[in-house]
Design a protein around this ligand. Structure first.
Ligand code: AGP
Length: 618
């Protein structure tokens, strides 16, 4: 969603704020702005479009006295939720500008104020003048309405009236060194420094300054003056929050020489998977070691069902997990789209474990599903990449992905790392049931070989790029797969949709003849997951049906499978393996395929239109 950066300290705030926005631009990027406190005035600058537009509009801040004197400021990149992406709707939003001398306060906000209409009507009746269509501006006016001489108090009073989510940073004209931040449902990370503090909506904007961070809990308010931080609840009760180490290297959050973050993250997958499984495989006992779940075998064996909730790519990874849990452990498992789970009054209880999968750990629908599962007494755990994220903290137990920062909006290494860990969970659950040590060792060895197998797929990058050339002209595609490979079809279709804007649909291979086959023709290519294993022969039959209707077919096949090769117009070979392993190798092949098609179509790739990296609104 939106990106927030804020600063209070001894340096000039402007360059710190602008550099922070550049690091966060992947989160939301249809407008941007900063507000700085200088010579007892709040100066607000905002522009539609990229951060570069904002920087151009600010001009030579390094030689401008106003910017040299500012030591407190807030900044924002926006992903529109209320109101189109315009300069007026960009943050920061001022308030109290009726009086001479400009705004009394300025605010940046990430989240959704659900009762903003009622609040806006009340404030308009009080004579407040609104300049934008946003819910966020309502919050700035509400705070200003309560503000006399204690900014934190005014913010707490206002936030108690708010229904919805917020991550905010706020400054006041008559409080030259003060910055106040607060959160409910939208992340706020506070980076601790010597005589200075930098705040952001995620760690990537902080790590060039500090690795020591404090993560606010919901309804926390932090009053910041330089390096001094006081955290209170909305009821002004002082609270202490733990300090955490941000373990990302700064380079890890940069492109590392690749043209796009997405390509970098695709090629990082052998390392990312190694980090995800490191210390978690016991090859001697043929099991996995997942201390974060906080469950011993007796507790695991008592669980009747493993439910998985997530969105998008995380949900697709969860489907592989569902198949593996049932295949390895003979245990009931099912996946639900998180919002569906949350709103359908799910049948879930104390004999269930609900696993929330989320790369960002901030997806609103998944967070809501976590809270609903907890409400109904289920054991809840997280499979999350971002340390200290809301879902990680609210589940209280789970497994960190350790995939490193995933910057590109299209999720790649998160998927393959999520699947790798889900296979470990399935192995763990299976060994507490009927899976023998020998069977466990075999599975553990295959999981352990994933990094090398992925490296072999990546070696085909040039060959896959060549195949992609033939797909640039298409506007529609089908992806088909069976069993473990059906989630791969879903993820492959999602990936190419997201970044190349080609309309792609995924079907269970057997489903084609129940309707979709009507669309098959020369201009409707089909990607078929044909890895050796159960059902492959049947999918091969489906491929024949496609080609009989002139649909060209790209097959993802097992190395050396000449029958599969002969059945397709193009093939991408992945190493021979069990199908649960092929879910990872085949997905990597389709990630590269999607990337090159999008690149050849001249698409932006890392920041696709309409998308944001973390959807923190429902
Ligand atoms: C996947 O490429 C998308 N970026 C999107 O579907 C994403 O997977 C989804 O929004 C869930 O995000 P999360 O894993 O951070 O919860």
């Amino acid at each position: 969603m939106c990106g927030i950066v804020a600063y209070s300290g001894t340096k000039s705030a402007t360059p710190i704020l602008l550099n922070g926005l550049r690091k966060l631009e992947y989160r939301g990027y249809d407008s941007a702005g900063i507000a700085i406190h200088s010579d007892n005035t709040i100066h607000i600058y905002k522009e539609e479009g990229k951060v570069a537009n904002l920087i151009d509009s600010i001009g030579d801040y390094e030689n401008d006295a106003v910017h040299q004197q500012c030591h407190v400021g807030i900044a924002h990149t926006r992903w529109a939720t209320h109101g189109p992406p315009t300069k007026e709707n960009a943050h920061p939003h001022g308030a109290g500008f009726e009086e001479p001398g400009g705004s009394r306060i300025a605010l940046v906000h990430n989240g959704i104020i659900e009762n903003y209409r009622a609040l806006k009507s009340r404030l308009e009746a009080e004579g407040k003048v609104f300049l934008s269509d946003t819910d966020s501006e309502v919050l700035s006016h509400l705070i200003e309405f309560y503000y006399t001489d204690d900014l934190a108090k005014a913010i707490s009073t206002a936030l108690k009236e708010v229904q919805g989510t917020f991550g905010i940073a706020c400054i006041a004209k008559d409080q030259p060194d003060m910055l106040v931040v607060a959160r409910r449902g939208s992340p706020i990370v506070i980076g601790l420094g010597e005589d200075q503090t930098i705040v952001a909506s995620d760690a990537s904007a902080i790590i060039s300054h500090t690795r020591q961070a404090v993560y606010l809990d919901d309804n926390d308010v932090a009053i910041i003056r330089g390096g001094k931080i006081d955290i209170k609840t909305l009821d002004a009760k002082p609270v202490q929050r733990d300090t955490a180490d941000i373990d990302w290297s700064e380079g890890a959050a940069e492109k590392g020489g690749y043209e796009h973050y997405m390509l970098k993250e695709i090629f990082e997958q052998p390392t990312a998977i190694r980090n995800s499984i490191r210390g978690r495989i016991d090859l001697d006992r043929g099991t996995s070691v997942l201390a974060g779940l906080g469950l011993d075998s007796r507790e695991i064996v008592d669980l009747q069902r493993l439910l998985i909730v997530g969105c998008g790519t995380s949900m697709n990874a969860g489907l592989v997990g569902e198949y593996a849990i049932e295949d390895f452990a003979g245990m009931l498992s099912e996946v639900e789209q998180a919002a569906e789970f949350r709103y359908r009054n799910p049948i879930v209880g104390s004999k269930d474990i609900v696993l929330a999968i989320s790369q960002s750990g901030e997806t609103a629908d998944t967070l809501a599903a976590v809270r609903e599962a907890q409400e109904k007494g289920a054991l809840v755990a997280g499979l999350v990449n971002v340390v200290g994220s809301t879902i990680a903290r609210e589940t209280g137990r789970g497994i960190y992905l350790h995939a490193g920062p995933e910057i590109s909006v299209a999720s790649t290494k998160a998927f393959t790392c999520q699947v790798s860990v889900l296979l470990l969970i399935a192995l763990k659950f299976a060994r507490s049931r009927r899976l023998s040590r020998e069977q466990g060792i075999k599975i553990a060895e295959e999981i352990n070989s994933l990094p090398e197998l992925v490296e072999r797929v990546l070696e085909q990058n040039d060959a896959i790029a060549k195949i992609a050339e033939d797909f640039v002209k298409f506007d529609n595609m089908f992806y088909i797969g069976r069993g473990y490979l059906f989630p791969v079809a879903l993820e492959g279709a999602l990936k190419i949709k997201e970044i190349s804007y080609i309309h792609a649909e995924a079907y269970h291979a057997a489903e084609l003849k129940h309707g979709p086959i009507a669309l098959l023709e020369e201009s409707m290519p089909v990607v078929a997951l044909l890895n050796a294993g159960p059902g492959m022969e049947k999918t091969l039959g489906n491929v024949e049906e496609c080609r009989a209707r002139k649909s060209p077919v790209l097959g993802v096949i097992s190395e050396g499978d000449e029958d599969a090769r002969a059945a397709c117009d193009w093939v991408i070979e992945v190493p021979q393996s069990s199908q649960f392993i092929a879910t990872v190798t085949s997905t990597v092949a389709l990630q590269l395929f999607s990337y090159h098609v999008a690149r050849l179509r001249g698409c932006p790739i890392d920041q696709p239109r309409n998308l944001a990296k973390s959807v923190t609104v429902e």
